[in-house]
Design a protein around this ligand. Structure first.
Ligand code: ADP
Length: 397
């Protein structure tokens, strides 16, 4: 079956068509600047990448353009849209309602809508993408794959905040965690590569991209993760602060005479590597280059980034009373060899030793610890689209 995988944001939309039997990507691309002007990228397998400016006033029009590109007689990866057997949608927040992926029908969509409050930046955009696809492909089954679902196995002691119970009772204020599709994919891949049963391993996954989170996976279940009610908690990220003393909000609000939304905007969009480097950039490569050229703020930002990851790994090794595998993934985790070394230097007490020849290779799946390292350290290229495709097929078959 061919599955169209859609990851719809407020002004952008990433898509892939995957053949679920061979797991080959038949075509992929991106719509950007939806509702502003519009830019479509389309790349069929084995063909040239096309990029063009094209009007995209709404998500429905963006998706229509994607479908047109997919069946274009010259460059299309498909002969007709009937070759798409199902659509898998990434949905950021499933609240406590969704502990696994689910077929999307009206009843389910209502429940997803109820989660909008919890992820006002992401969920409404995800829903717009779903609705647009439903209109354009009314007879094709749609599946929702939630970033939060994998973490629904966390015990209460991990997900409850130390605040009055009534806020959980009334508003479901708790830790949810995100990047679940990636943490699940990577931890399963680790078990598969090691030839060990998934439910026999204690794995800590470090998903380090623009957004970043760490997850403790004990016997195949997420037992703790660094992101919280929203994706702001935890690690230092590209533009997000991660953990801060909540009093910082009131302090800055009073000093700068701004409201809480203004401060949260600073913590979400102007902090992290971008903020710590005094505006140099949110992209790790820019920070690394500046640090290499002697920029002190960039160096501190990088050091703090690594230190925060190391602290979470230490915490999760304690939470699981041990760790068998530490896995790095996503843009920074997969490619920043020197940063991996820097992080792993904190794990001497765990008996971690890194093979620096292996660590500097660029492969999708690598073990970078030495054979006698007490904990295996691996690099696993995440593939959230493939994970969404697999979940989708499992539900519609
Ligand atoms: P997201 O999906 O959250 O947007 P990615 O997983 O694509 O993020 O990761 C983006 C981050 O990965 C950026 O900070 C980028 O600098 C970093 N990155 C990408 N390639 C490399 C590389 N070769 N070396 C170091 N960092 C890299």
């Amino acid at each position: 079956m061919n599955v169209l995988v859609i990851n719809c944001g407020s002004s952008s939309l990433k898509y892939q068509v995957i053949n679920s039997d061979t797991e080959a990507v038949l075509a992929k691309g991106l719509c950007e600047r939806i509702g502003i002007d519009g830019r479509l990228t389309y790349k069929p397998a084995g063909g040239a990448k096309e990029e063009r400016e094209v009007d995209m006033p709404t998500h429905k029009q963006a998706i229509q353009l994607v479908l047109d590109a997919l069946v274009n007689p010259k460059t299309g990866a498909l002969k007709s849209l009937s070759e798409i057997g199902a659509v898998g949608h990434r949905v950021v927040h499933g609240g406590e309602k969704f502990a696994s992926s689910t077929i999307l029908n009206e009843e389910v969509l209502k429940v997803v809508e109820e989660c909008n409050d919890l992820a006002p930046l992401h969920n409404p955009a995800n829903l717009i993408g779903i609705r647009a696809c439903q209109e354009l492909m009314p007879n094709t089954p749609m599946v929702g794959v939630f970033d939060t679902a994998f973490h629904q196995t966390m015990p209460e002691k991990a997900y409850m905040y130390g605040i009055p119970y009534e806020y959980y009772d009334k508003y479901k204020v708790r830790k949810y965690g995100f990047h679940g599709t990636s943490h699940s994919f990577v931890s399963q891949k680790v078990a598969e590569l090691l030839g060990k049963p998934y439910d026999s391993l204690k794995t800590i996954v470090c998903h380090l991209g623009n957004g970043a989170s760490v997850c403790a996976v004990d016997k195949g279940k997420s037992v703790d993760t660094s992101m919280g009610l929203t994706p702001l908690e935890g690690l230092i990220m590209g533009t997000r602060s991660g953990d801060v003393d909540p009093s910082v909000l009131e302090f800055i609000a009073k000093k700068d005479n701004i409201d809480i939304t203004g401060v949260l905007n600073i913590l979400n969009k102007k902090s992290g590597l971008l903020g710590m480097s005094d505006g140099l950039g949110s992209d790790f490569r820019d920070i690394r280059e500046a640090a290499g050229n002697g920029n002190e703020k960039a160096k501190v930002a990088m050091d703090a980034f690594a230190y925060r990851v190391a602290k979470y790994v230490g915490a999760y090794a304690a939470a699981m009373n041990g760790v068998d595998v530490i896995a790095f993934t996503a843009g920074i985790g997969e490619h920043a060899s020197a940063l991996r070394t820097q992080i792993c230097e904190y794990f001497g007490y765990l008996g971690v030793t890194i093979d620096e020849t292996e660590n500097w290779k660029e492969e999708d799946y690598m073990t970078i610890s030495t054979p006698d390292s007490k904990v295996k350290v691996m690099v696993i290229a995440t593939n959230e689209e493939l994970a969404i495709c697999r979940e989708t097929v499992a539900l519609v078959k």
